[in-house]
Design a protein around this ligand. Structure first.
Ligand SMILES: [Zn+2]
Length: 406
């Protein structure tokens, strides 16, 4: 099925992950990286002996997920964990890994680890019946920035996973280029992505892909380059080599990953109505629960059941533009509410006249239906680096560009 077709077994649950409904991803019974915790805060509880069998349940955060959703899906005591985290679980990013460590036979985790891919892992260690204390576990590793090349044969997923990227990093990679290319419909076989990325090697010799610093996508005859830059105020953004921001008023697609199951047409045989009628939108096949994103800033003009459209959402954007989202399993916004680009406004479902979970997406210009896949999107208002930061950005750019050249 489309982009998921050749995903290896290790991440076979990526579809479910995208749907944000699956908790347990990897279950292992290996010993944790370090032995019994030596946290001085953690005295009242009998710590598991090093020889005890451990079980680790892992969840990789997907777009739009909150900490309480993740913990709920993993059957973890979210109240005590969130209290101990003191806000540090509030900002989960796509690709963050949440791990729960259990002693075999126990249902309450003795430790939670949040791995954001950095030099430290946040750990919440159990200190009592329902209390946890916060600590940091350093991850000693060496960092080396180098080049990696991905050649897309069947899908971006398989190419990126073959190159050692984690699912969250693939999603991140897609988001770098999502203003220019819709990975659902526009990525050509043979497309090449060159990355300047960190390789993190720990003292056991295990290595993994860390931070991605620059990326170049060669899709057919078109080439796109994006460079990551941390601005003076701490915001991290992606910029073109000339300092122009990647951000544009419209995303190419409301779903990060999916497949087009039915295109826009003025006359199509309707499988349920059993007659020919126009299909004035595009259908994206995706699992129930997949986050649906607002493609642009706007105001919710309709939100609720609407006949054959099932749970229906309409957004009014600046200028002559509006978009709509049908058959949702959940609507997460209210009429009159302001939304920002990328906000998760609903979840994919199969309500109304629908044969299976999919998103029916419509695009309006001055109230007229247009094909969302071919509409000329406005390109004004692209963000740009402040003039004062350009010199520093160019230094960063010149350091990473040679790695993605060629
Ligand atoms: Zn449709």
């Amino acid at each position: 099925m489309g982009v998921f077709s050749s995903v290896p077994a290790r991440v076979a649950s990526v579809g479910a992950l995208l749907a944000g409904i699956s908790g347990a991803v990897v279950v292992s019974d290996v010993l944790p990286r370090e032995a019994a915790p030596s946290n001085p805060l953690a005295s009242p509880v009998q710590w598991p002996a090093v020889a005890a069998r451990y079980r680790t349940v892992e969840h990789e955060v997907v777009d739009g997920e909150t900490a309480s959703e993740v913990l709920k899906a993993m059957n973890a005591p979210s109240g005590p964990l969130l209290a101990a985290a003191d806000g540090r679980l509030n900002r989960l990013s796509v690709g963050d890994v949440v791990q729960l460590d259990f002693v075999e036979g126990e249902s309450t985790p003795w430790r939670l680890r949040l791995d954001k891919g950095g030099p430290q892992v946040l750990a919440l260690v159990r200190t009592g019946e329902s209390t946890y204390a916060q600590t940091q576990i350093p991850v000693p590793f060496t960092i080396e920035t180098g080049a990696r090349t991905l050649t897309v044969t069947s899908s971006l997923w398989s190419a990126a996973l073959d190159a050692g990227l984690r699912p969250g990093q693939v999603m991140g990679l897609a988001s770098i280029f999502e203003y220019d290319v819709d990975f659902n419909t526009e990525l050509l076989p043979g497309a090449i992505i060159r990355l300047a990325a960190d390789t993190l090697t720990d003292d056991a010799g295990t290595s993994r892909v860390g931070d991605i610093r620059a990326a170049k996508l060669q899709n057919g005859t078109k080439t796109y380059v994006q460079i990551k830059y941390r601005m003076a105020d701490g915001t991290v953004g992606w910029f073109k080599p000339d300092g122009t921001g990647a951000r544009k008023p419209f995303l190419r697609s409301p779903l990060a990953f999916s497949r087009v199951t039915s295109g826009f047409s003025k006359g199509r045989y309707h499988p349920i109505l059993k007659k020919s009628r126009p299909h004035l939108g595009v259908d994206f096949g995706a699992p129930t629960g997949t986050p649906v994103r607002a493609v642009a800033d706007g105001v919710v003009s309709k939100a609720g059941p609407s006949g054959g459209h099932g749970n229906y959402l309409e957004l009014d954007h600046e200028g002559p533009y509006a978009t709509s989202y049908s058959h949702l399993s959940a609507i997460l916004v209210k009429r009159g509410q302001t939304v920002h680009q990328g906000d998760v406004v609903g979840r994919v479902g199969s309500t109304g006249l629908s044969t299976g979970p999919h998103l029916h997406y419509q695009f309006f210009v001055n109230g007229t239906y247009v094909n969302p896949l071919t509409v000329e999107l406005p390109n004004n208002g692209a963000s740009e680096l402040p003039e004062a930061e350009k010199a520093d950005f160019f230094k960063v750019r010149d350091a990473v560009l040679p790695l993605i050249e060629g």
